[in-house]
Design a protein around this ligand. Sequence first.
Ligand code: C5P
Length: 222
Amino acid sequence: MIAAAGSGERLGAGGPKAYVQFGDRPMLAWSLIAADAAERVGQIVIAAPPGGEDHAEEVAEQAGVEARAVRGGEHRSQSVALALEHAEHGLVVVHDAARPLATAALFDEVVSRLDSDADIAAVIAAAPVTDTIKEASRGRRVLRTPERSSLWAVQTPQAFRTEALRDAVAAHADELGSVTDDAMLVERSGGQVLIHEASPENLKVTTPLDMEVAQLLLARRG
Ligand code: C5P
């Protein structure tokens, strides 16, 4: 499932981020191509900006990828919950269209790792944190400095047992507007979530600066 229903306000591109040009194609197309090339990914569902479902399917078609688009929600996890209604039993991988540099290999790695251990509910891509992170109050008074060696910057793709994610979404339906990734819901339901180390190059395009860096990384790939 590709979460692509964001407005892209912080990027300031004047339209949904998923359709902003990245290299020679819309940003969404890159995630579709990577997911489609992954051996462990079958059916692809896109959570599209409401009213933009047809356009999302056109982007997929132009990229040569078979995908179905459904209406996204107001917040990211609501988009994921809506797309989840179209997921099959077994495993599901959630990915943000805002991470156009994710590779097919990374999709395969998170799915294979999850598939190999029945005790785990989810496997999530993440990179070790290199900055020192501080927790602060609203008034910016520093409260705590967590030990950096135990911190990870979480990415997508994130692979889940479909039923575990469905149950977690149903149990925390009133929190979908505030969670920032889907693994949080599974954690809150008591499910085991495992980190799979991924490259920091799989960055999330949120601001114009992210876009510049991502374009440079894309150009380097050749
Ligand atoms: O807004 P942010 O960059 O955190 O969004 C992360 C991903 O979630 C993006 O790919 C965006 O399109 C998607 N999203 C969504 N539905 C929303 C908000 C964001 O699918 N309502």
